[in-house]
Ligand binder design. Structure first.
Ligand SMILES: [Zn+2]
Length: 915
């Protein structure tokens, strides 16, 4: 039985070369190798009959005959067989039988197929000392067909006149030029456009948000530029759709032009849709794109190479990428995708499986940044039927073996340039199937900054980077967390429980995203040349989004048990009447929290202060939300050049800048110098926001950062009073206003991406989001706001939310339609611009003024403080909510009004035009 392995196209696209790599080269056993070489010869000879001569006496001849016809057929021009794995064969004496897993490349001219086979082989007694082996059984497990070794056709070219290649929002215009193609039996799948003068391209994305990004990149709403040559990939069935026949006339191929086209072809063909088969073949083999998919590498005058791609596999199926600067310029769903109702990136909808539990056993050698790991993953299939699954694992880590109870030993494909492993299941798994994978892996892994979830200031790439290492005088540390892919994991980041056994040499300590098990760590005495070490066990009994660990030299500063207030009782007594949307099951509230503080040896004094702050932060947040999601929190203070932090579940890492640090970071959006507790408050809030309540797609990351930032501000008010709270909000609103044009909150990591300035990301995703939450609170009132917070939290505890879920929670609790508010502040960029005027109000019993606020820019909705200054010099603050284009308010007054100002507190990011 043949099974087709369909590779996820998105993996192959974009970063190009994929490689099949296998860690274990089998020991050279001549007899087995000879058997495989003999089989290669038979395949190349194309005659299955002699295969029967290779059989062992125990082989089933009928099966073997059938298999031989599948394996050996006419037309094979080259066959390569590589052993990938071997295990003892049941029913044989040790060394007398093996079950081999092999990979076979069968080339037929420019087309090829990779197959996976299982061969059961037995040793046969011989007179000589030479090993001799025979086939006792064989089974085809899987195959990938339709690989092409592409080459431009030298004997055929087209003269192009007024050729326009159109894809959604893209036009490539070739008034005059030549087209060369690379052909498959089904038609051309690649083309090179050789442009004479006057060739141009234009790209104008339909979504407004994307046009704003293009404006940042190109200075106008569309990318218009003269171009040189271009390279196109498409499905053979689509040739005429992309390259209309009426613009092409077959012409003789000029050798000079052909050479020029071939240079372009060679440079570009390996970058997408191509698999490098490592030891099976050194050549570039390509898969044809699926019908409808399209890729263009366009050599432009202004921007060097721009890659446009339309890929049905990606929910945001249109993208434009700047190859040289490695920047995503545009990423968005096509009109058809939008019409079909896929309006946002739904990572989960694509996830073929869920991982529910991890059991890791990883040994670290921090000095070499080396790790040796074994991971058990318990997963459940969600898709209809799959025969392969994709795990994330850092590219540097080598998979040594993968074993599944259900499917036996499994082979994997490693994608070069990407942190992915495609595991071939040797069969189909249907929805609901539970699979346990046992993955052994190792390699050198540098910890990466978990940048998208870290509050550390990161400076624009054109400024000197502060790098750990030689120049860093502090205690070094290794943080393996999200985006490091230090253990094999699902691609969608689902919640899972975990047990981690982590070992380090004795001079190090380790903290991790879990509860330290009783009796842990265990000291492991040295043996052979292995130094003695410590083996830690951490348990994450509550579901976590990802696992993290931090290795450094730590001292335990404190450990204490906090008593937390039972939430439902607390809510009821607060008189809010707010029962959470989905109250916790009885008994699941963590009424106690173990707060452990560890720090680098020189930071113990600061750590003791931090312990006090963290205790009050945790208690305070629990009182707001009505829950504390994780029963343990380890606060780890490590030395770094810049302040900041990172907060996986169960763990908050705080970066302590050294007194010697010279970098001035106070102009960063995440710097609140008058509130030194800020980082503890922000990072700790992530236990609730970002961890217990996760974010669905990059568009929703603001939920994590915005709530954490706002909670930090709430804590500032709780601890230090209104003045500091006001100052923080003003500062955040200022950043929101100043950087508002960089894009909407929902653009997530892409904010500042084109500019290479992560301060923009923090200004919008951290600060503007927090300001938006405060405005929301002012609009709907404290009661509805905090009930909304709890509704959101309890409705999504250990789940991921999108912006729509946030809106729904607050709409439910406030009884208001908040579409305009969220559209303006989360999905829209910029800040509102208004003009206002006022006059004494006519009529009415009380004295009043009439205030008129006119929105000049895009429609928005916001609260704003109105300050009346009376003739006697006193002032009075009031709040109005502006929703309409022109809003009029009648404000009661208590004297003669001399002046009215808007937004004196600076809490609303607002442009105010002259009166
Ligand atoms: Zn954060």
């Amino acid at each position: 039985m043949r099974r087709h392995l369909v590779l996820p196209l998105a993996l192959i696209l974009a970063l190009g070369q994929a490689a099949v790599t296998f860690a274990q080269q089998p020991p050279p056993v001549d007899g087995i190798l000879r058997l495989l070489l003999r089989l290669e010869q038979l395949m190349q000879a194309g005659d299955p009959a002699p295969y029967m001569d290779l059989l062992s006496v125990v082989a089933d001849r009928r099966f073997a005959e059938e298999a031989s016809r599948a394996l050996i057929g006419p037309g094979i021009t080259r066959a390569v067989i590589r052993e990938r794995d071997r295990a003892p064969l049941d029913g044989t004496l040790p060394g007398d039988g093996y079950r081999l897993m092999v990979e076979i490349l069968a080339e037929r001219g420019s087309r090829a197929r990779i197959e996976t086979w299982r061969f059961d082989i037995r040793r046969v007694p011989t007179e000589t000392s030479e090993d001799e082996w025979r086939m006792a059984g064989q089974q085809s497990l899987s195959s990938v067909d339709g690989l092409y070794r592409l080459a431009l056709n030298p004997s055929k070219a087209y003269r192009a006149r007024n050729l326009v290649v159109r894809s959604e929002d893209l036009e490539i215009r070739l008034p005059d030029g030549f087209v060369f193609t690379a052909d498959t039996p089904d038609g051309p799948t690649a083309a090179v456009l050789v442009a004479n003068d006057g060739a141009t391209m234009s790209f104008r994305p339909a979504p407004e948000t994307e046009r704003e990004q293009v404006r940042i990149y190109a200075g106008s709403d569309s990318i218009e530029t003269r171009i040189g040559d271009a390279f196109l990939r498409f499905s053979p069935s689509d040739f005429q759709a992309w390259l209309p026949a009426d613009a092409l006339v077959e012409a003789a191929a000029d050798p000079a032009l052909f050479r020029r086209a071939e240079t372009v072809f060679r440079e570009e063909v390996g970058r997408s849709f191509s698999i490098d088969l490592a030891d099976l073949s050194r050549e570039t083999w390509s898969l044809p794109p699926t019908a409808g998919d399209f890729l263009a590498e366009i050599r432009t005058r202004r921007f060097q190479t721009l890659t446009y791609s339309k890929s049905a596999n990606d929910p945001e199926d249109i993208s434009v990428f700047d190859r040289r600067r490695r920047r995503n310029i545009s990423v968005y769903p096509s009109a058809a995708r939008l019409a079909a109702g896929v309006s946002r990136f739904e990572e989960d909808a694509q996830a073929a499986f869920d991982v529910s539990h991890y059991d890791l056993d990883v040994a670290f050698d921090p000095a070499r940044q080396w790790l040796d790991g074994r991971a058990l993953l318990r997963l459940k299939v969600r898709a209809g039927a799959i025969n392969n699954l994709t795990l994330r694992l850092a590219e540097n880590l080598t998979v040594r073996s993968i074993y599944s109870n259900e499917f036996g030993r499994l082979l994997s494909l490693r994608i070069r340039g990407q942190n992915n492993v495609i595991v071939n299941l040797n069969g189909f798994a249907t929805r609901g199937t539970e699979i346990t994978l046992d993955v052994a892996y190792s390699g050198r892994l540098e910890p990466a900054e978990p940048d998208r979830e870290s509050a550390a200031p990161q400076f624009p790439s054109d400024q000197p980077q502060v790098v750990d290492g030689q120049s860093f005088p502090g205690e070094s540390s290794l943080l393996y967390s999200t985006r490091t892919y230090w253990y094999p994991q699902g691609t969608s980041g689902d919640y899972a429980t975990a047990v981690m056994h982590l070992s380090v040499p004795e001079m190090y300590q380790i903290v991790a995203s879990g509860e330290l098990a009783a009796g842990s760590p265990v000291v492991v005495p040295g043996h052979d040349r292995q130094p003695s070490g410590r083996r830690y066990t951490f348990e994450a009994g509550q579901p976590v989004r990802y696992l993290a660990c931090l290795i450094s030299r730590f001292v335990r500063v404190s450990s204490r048990t906090l008593s937390l207030v039972e939430p439902l009782a607390g809510l009821a007594s607060a008189g809010s009447g707010a029962m959470p949307a989905e109250p916790l099951p009885a008994g699941s509230f963590n009424s106690q929290l173990e707060l452990i503080v560890e720090s680098n040896p020189r930071q113990t004094a600061r750590a003791r202060q931090a312990a006090e702050v963290a205790a009050s932060v945790v208690t305070y947040y629990t009182s707001i939300v009505g829950d504390s999601p994780y029963p343990d929190l380890t606060l780890a203070l490590i030395e770094k050049d810049l302040p900041g932090g990172h907060s996986p579940a169960y763990l908050a890492v705080l970066y302590q800048p050294l007194p010697t640090a010279t970098t001035n970071w106070s102009s960063d959006p995440a710097a609140f110098v008058s509130f030194p507790e800020y980082f503890i408050a922000h990072e700790t809030a992530h236990q609730w926001w970002g961890q217990a309540v996760g974010w669905r797609t990059y568009h929703d990351q603001w939920v994590s950062e915005g709530f954490s930032q706002y909670f930090a501000a709430l804590y500032a008010r709780e601890r230090r009073g209104d003045e500091l709270f006001g100052a923080m909000l003003r500062r955040m609103a200022k950043w929101a206003r100043e950087q508002g044009q960089a894009g909407p909150v929902s653009l997530g990591y892409r904010l500042g991406h084109i500019q290479g300035d992560s301060r923009i990301f923090r200004a919008i995703v951290y600060n503007k989001s927090a300001v938006v939450l405060h405005m929301l609170r002012r609009l709907i009132g404290d009661d509805a706001f905090f009930r909304g917070v709890r509704r959101l939290y309890f409705g999504a505890r250990f789940d991921k939310v999108g912006t729509d879920d946030v809106r729904a929670a607050f709409e439910k609790e406030s009884g208001r339609d908040l579409k305009r508010f969220f559209d303006a502040w989360i999905h829209g960029s910029g800040t509102p611009a208004v003009a206002f005027s006022w006059a004494p109000a006519a009529g009415g019993a009380e004295r009043a003024v009439a205030l008129r606020v006119e929105q000049r820019g895009k429609d928005s909705e916001f609260p704003v403080t109105v300050t009346l200054r009376y003739a006697d010099g006193s002032t009075e603050d009031m709040q109005v909510a502006v929703a309409e284009r022109t809003a009029e308010f009648r404000l009661p007054i208590r004297g003669q009004v001399k002046e009215i100002t808007l937004n004196r507190d600076g809490f609303t990011p607002l442009e105010i035009a002259g009166r």
